[in-house]
Design a protein. Structure first.
Length: 253
C-alpha cells in the first residue's frame, strides 16, 4: 500500500476502545529495554484516557505484564503482555497461555548460548517469550534471525519467530497482538466500541490486520511499510493526539 503521511489520523468519535503499544509508541525506544522510564505526565494521560473511554483502554506490549505494571506504577490498566501470552481483563483476572515447558527450557538454553558467544547481544527472558536484542551489534542480524528460525523448527511448532526493531523473539504459537485485541473486544467495556490500535513495530502488524478487518482505526507510528491505515511520526505526536481526544471528551464535543 502507498506510504501514509506522517501526520494523518482519524477524527475519533466518543465510543472508542483504545489498544496502545508501549515501546516506540507511547515511549521512545532505548538501547536496552530496562533503561526505559515513565514520566508522570504519561500516566496521567493514560488514566484520563481510560476515564474518557469508560475503561476501554488496554496496553498491548511485548513486555511482561509485571514489567508494564512496574513502569506504569501498577495503576490497574487492562494489559496484554508478551504479545498476548498473558492478558489481564477489566475484572483484573489474568489469563495465561500454557506453553510446553520442555520446549521453553530448550529455547532458553540455546538463546543463552548465543548471547554468551556474542556479548553485544542482550537476552531478555520475559517468561514465555525470549528476545535477543542486537541493537549494539547490527551486523549479527542475519546470524540471530537464522538461529531463531532453526530453533523454532527444532521445537516442532510450539514457538514462532517474531521479528522486530533490532530484536528477534520466540513467542508461543497461536498468540499475537491481534489475538489479544480480539479477546478484549469480546468483553466489556470494549465490546461494541470502535477499536483504535496504535503501534510502531512488526509485532504490531497482527493488531493492524485485525483492526482493519473489523473496521477500526489502525495507526502506525514512524516510517516503514505497514498495513495500518493512518500514521503518526513519533511518541510525542501520539500523546498529543490522545490528549486532544481526552480534551474533546471532557468538553462534551
Amino acid at each position: 500500500m502507498p506510504k501514509a503521511q506522517l501526520a494523518n489520523v482519524p477524527e475519533l468519535d466518543g465510543r472508542c476502545a483504545f489498544f496502545l503499544d508501549l515501546d516506540g509508541t507511547l515511549l521512545d525506544i532505548t538501547d536496552h529495554p530496562h533503561t526505559v522510564s515513565i514520566d508522570a505526565g504519561l500516566v496521567r494521560l493514560l488514566k484520563a484516557l481510560g476515564r474518557a473511554a469508560s475503561g476501554a483502554l488496554a496496553i498491548i506490549s511485548g513486555r511482561p505484564a509485571a514489567d508494564i505494571d512496574r513502569l506504569l506504577g501498577d495503576p490497574g490498566f487492562c494489559v496484554a503482555g508478551q504479545h498476548g501470552a498473558e492478558r489481564r481483563d477489566f475484572s483484573g483476572t489474568m489469563h495465561r497461555h500454557a506453553v510446553p515447558l520442555e520446549a521453553l527450557e530448550q529455547a532458553r538454553r540455546m538463546f543463552k548460548t548465543l548471547a554468551a558467544k556474542h556479548p553485544a547481544l542482550v537476552l531478555e527472558d520475559k517468561g514465555v517469550n525470549l528476545a535477543l536484542h542486537f541493537r549494539a551489534a547490527p551486523q549479527l542480524r542475519a546470524e540471530v534471525q537464522d538461529a531463531a528460525r532453526r530453533l523454532a523448527t527444532e521445537l516442532g511448532g510450539a514457538f514462532e519467530v517474531q521479528l522486530g526493531k533490532m530484536v528477534v523473539e520466540l513467542r508461543p504459537s497461536g498468540k499475537d497482538k491481534g489475538v489479544a485485541i480480539a479477546e478484549f473486544m469480546d468483553e466489556q467495556p470494549f465490546k461494541e466500541r470502535t477499536p483504535v490500535f496504535v503501534g510502531d513495530d512488526l509485532t504490531d502488524e497482527f493488531g493492524f490486520a485485525l483492526i482493519n478487518r473489523v473496521g477500526g482505526h489502525s495507526v502506525k507510528v514512524g516510517e516503514g511499510e505497514s498495513a495500518a491505515r493512518w500514521r503518526l511520526p513519533d511518541s510525542a505526536a501520539v500523546r498529543a493526539w490522545l490528549a486532544a481526544y481526552v480534551a474533546r471528551a471532557g468538553s462534551g464535543a
